[in-house]
Ligand binder design. Structure first.
Ligand code: COA
Length: 299
């Protein structure tokens, strides 16, 4: 009986393995990709340097995000760091000192740095979660702000540490924190350089949630799995709408949102609106106020 059960279990396992062939992702020098059933982890991988961002890391991140942004096997992207840091910010040796006498190299590194941390990440077509597992300083605030969600270990250490070594929160860090923090906190943390923990980051709106370190990955997975159940087209258009209307006046926003709503009906291969409406009005199988419709018509 036990042998039969074991054989059945192993046959199931084999079938599952066959159904999901292992994806051969590109290999990068300073970045790694890990996967778990549609959730893709994009990991800054210089743990011995606390994932400080070197010019090479910026190049690798650009290539990795370009690759993942059109990857059909990625439903949700999680950005995190290897080891005990999320990222210690720009690599002071390789990014700042290393390019000080080479304006072309500095310009290239700066462009690459802003491209992945802000332009590409904030426009990533799938939901993005910053999983802040440890040290998060300076330039690393930009990728936290670019992600749709941020969940931190309550003991992670954040800091706008630039002032501590005599520079300003450059790149676009000052612009980023001006959006997620209120003015008082942005000025306070940027001018004092005072470190703060994940719990405080949640209180000031820098992250959505702070959880004990041991529960961090589970909490991120819970959110990622929830996002997998929502209409991908509706989620994508929603985040694009929220991001874009911030800088519009009311008539522009109204026009933009009308056009966006019309466009969604055409791009949504799952007909989420139709499914959602009929499951509520005809089947009465769910209540939109309390939860989402069931995706039966995945594109
Ligand atoms: N740039 C360059 N190198 C960095 C770095 C950074 N931002 N952050 C860490 N490192 C390097 C250290 O120089 C050290 O290298 P070494 O082993 O060759 O000496 C290694 O990473 C480990 O750092 P260390 O300071 O020994 O680790 P720690 O765990 O005691 O402290 C930090 C970690 C993050 C608190 C500390 O490294 C730090 O303050 N880093 C700078 C953070 C910062 O201000 N970033 C903003 C840049 S704008």
């Amino acid at each position: 009986m036990a042998a039969k059960k074991a054989a059945k279990k192993s046959a199931k396992k084999t079938a599952r393995k066959k159904a999901a062939p292992k994806i051969k992702d590109p290999v990068f020098e300073t970045v790694k990709i890990e996967r778990s059933k549609g959730i893709t982890f994009l990991i800054m991988n210089r743990p011995e340097k606390r994932n400080a961002m070197s010019p090479q890391l910026h190049m690798d991140m650009n290539d990795a995000i370009d690759y993942l942004s059109i990857d059909p096997a990625t439903d949700v992207l999680v950005v995190t760091g290897a080891g005990k840091a999320f990222s210690a910010g720009q690599d002071i040796k390789l990014y700042f000192r290393g390019t000080a006498d080479d304006p072309a190299a500095r310009a290239k590194a700066r462009r690459a740095s802003n491209a992945w941390r802000w332009q590409k990440l904030s426009r990533f077509p799938k939901p993005t979660i910053a999983m802040i597992n440890g040290f998060c300083f300076g330039g690393a605030f930009t990728q936290v702000c670019a992600c749709d969600f941020a969940i931190a270990s309550s003991t992670a250490t954040f800091g706008l540490s630039e002032v501590n070594w005599g520079i300003i929160p450059g790149g676009i860090v000052s612009w980023n924190v001006g959006q997620v923090m209120n003015y008082r906190n942005a000025i306070y943390y940027a001018t004092t350089g005072e470190p703060f923990n994940g719990k405080r980051a949640m209180e000031i709106g820098m992250v959505n949630k702070a959880v004990p370190a041991g529960k961090l990955k589970a909490e991120v997975m819970k959110l990622a799995r929830l996002m997998q159940q929502k209409s991908p087209a509706a989620v994508r258009y929603t985040k694009e709408a929220i991001r874009s209307v911030r800088f519009m006046n009311e008539p522009e926003a109204a026009d933009y949102l009308n056009a966006k709503s019309d466009a969604l009906k055409h791009v949504d291969k799952e007909d989420s609106r139709g499914q959602g409406m009929s499951q509520f009005l005809d089947e009465k199988s769910y209540r939109p106020g309390l939860g989402h419709f069931e995706r039966r018509n995945k594109g």
